[in-house]
Design a protein around this ligand. Structure first.
Ligand code: A2P
Length: 322
C-alpha cells in the first residue's frame, strides 16, 4: 500500500489535497496528515474520513513514505523536502522554494510531465496563476510568441486561511491595505526591478514551463475581494500577423482547457468554486499580431492541489506501483 504524506494537512490547500487524493488516486493508499506542533493531535475530517494530525519533525521515519505533497510555506519545504527525498520519497512541493533549482522540474502535467525524467525527486508545483495561464498559452506556442502581458485578479484564498479570514472579518491585519471593497496591486514583496515576487514568478515560471526564449513578459498581479478563483487577462503578441481562426482552432483542440468560443459568453470566479476546469473566454483579436483572452481557474484546485495530485497519479503510473 502506498503511503502518501500531506505536509500542511490542516491548511486550505492541504485539505484540498487530501480530498483530491480521495478523488484521483485509485491505487491502495494511506494518507499521513502532517502539520506543525500547533495542530499535532488534532483530528481533521475530509469526505467523512478522519485523520489524526501528526507533527512534522526531523524524528519522523521518512523512509515510510512513497509520495509527499507539501503546502506549508517555503521554509518548511526548504527544511524538510530533502529529508523525504533522500529517504526515497517523491516530493511535490507547492512553495516557490525549488521552482528554479536546475535539477528540479516545474510541472503542469498536461504540458511538460516528461521533464521530471532523470531529475531530482523533488518536483515543484507552479504558482497558481501561472498554471491556469500556461494551460491557455501552451496551444499557441507553435504560432511564435513575441510578448505576453498578464493582468491578474487573484482571490484571497491564494494567501491561505489568513486571506480568507481578513475578507471575512474586514479587519486589516494581514494585507498591506484593506481588501474589503478594494483591489490591491501588490501580491508578495517588491523586488528591485519594480515587479512584485508574484509577478516575477509568473514571468520566470512561464518561460521555464513553456521553454520560451527571447520573449518579453509583463505581469501585473492584483488581489481582489473574492474568496475563491483567480482571473487572468492575457494578451499574447505573435511574431507574425495572425489568422484568428487558426488560433481559435488550436484552443478548441486543447483538451486541457474549456474554451468558450462565442466572444459574448464568459465564466466568472464564482463559477469555478467546485471545478478543476480552466475556462478561456472573451477571446478576440487585437491589432494584426495579438489576441486577448480572459482565463479563470480555481486556485486551490487546479492552481494547487489538483495539479499536485495529478503529478502523483502520473508518477504512480510511471513507477508501476499498481
Ligand atoms: P498548522 O495548522 O499546524 O499551522 P494555510 O496556508 O492555509 O494557512 O496553511 C498552512 C499549512 O502549513 C497549515 O497546515 C500549517 O499547519 C502548515 N505549517 C505551517 N508551518 C509549519 C511547520 N513549521 N511545520 C509543518 N507544517 C506547518
Amino acid at each position: 500500500m502506498l503511503n502518501i504524506a500531506v505536509v500542511g494537512a490542516t491548511g486550505l490547500v492541504g485539505n484540498e489535497m487530501i480530498s483530491e487524493i480521495h478523488r484521483l488516486i485509485t491505487d491502495q493508499y494511506k494518507i499521513t496528515a502532517l502539520a506543525s506542533s500547533r495542530s499535532a493531535g488534532r483530528t481533521i475530517t475530509i469526505n467523512d474520513h478522519q485523520y489524526q494530525v501528526e507533527e512534522l519533525t526531523t524524528e519522523i521515519d521518512f523512509g515510510q513514505f512513497d509520495y509527499a505533497v507539501f503546502s506549508a510555506g517555503g521554509d518548511t519545504s526548504r527544511n524538510f523536502a530533502k529529508l523525504f527525498a533522500d529517504a526515497g520519497c517523491y516530493v511535490i512541493d507547492n512553495s516557490s522554494a525549488f521552482r528554479f533549482e536546475d535539477e528540479c522540474s516545474l510541472i503542469v502535467p498536461e504540458i511538460n510531465f516528461e521533464s521530471y525524467h532523470l531529475k531530482s525527486p523533488i518536483i515543484a508545483n507552479p504558482n497558481c496563476s501561472t498554471i491556469q495561464s500556461v494551460l491557455a498559452i501552451a496551444p499557441l506556442v507553435d504560432f511564435g510568441i513575441e510578448v505576453i502581458d498578464y493582468t491578474t485578479y487573484q482571490s484571497v484564498s491564494g494567501s491561505g486561511l489568513n486571506g480568507i479570514n481578513e475578507l471575512k472579518t474586514a479587519v486589516n491585519d494581514f494585507y498591506p491595505k484593506p481588501i474589503t471593497n478594494n483591489v490591491i496591486p501588490q501580491i508578495d514583496r517588491f523586488l528591485e526591478n519594480g515587479n512584485t515576487f508574484e509577478e516575477q514568478k509568473m514571468i520566470d515560471e512561464t518561460i521555464k514551463i513553456l521553454n520560451l526564449n527571447n520573449i518579453e513578459i509583463t505581469a501585473t498581479c492584483a488581489r481582489v475581494p473574492v474568496y475563491y478563483g483567480h482571473g487572468v487577462n492575457i494578451k499574447v503578441t505573435f511574431t507574425e500577423p495572425i489568422n484568428f481562426e487558426q488560433i481559435s482552432a488550436a484552443l478548441v483542440d486543447s483538451p486541457a482547457i474549456s474554451y468558450l468560443k462565442d466572444y459574448s459568453t464568459y465564466v466568472t470566479q464564482l463559477e469555478v468554486a467546485d471545478t478543476d476546469h480552466v475556462y478561456v473566454s472573451r477571446i478576440r483579436q487585437v491589432g494584426k499580431r495579438s489576441i486577448s483572452m480572459f482565463v479563470v481557474g480555481n486556485n486551490i484546485k487546479k492552481g494547487a492541489a489538483t495539479n499536485s495530485v495529478q503529478i502523483i497519479k502520473k508518477l504512480i503510473k510511471e513507477n508501476n506501483h499498481a
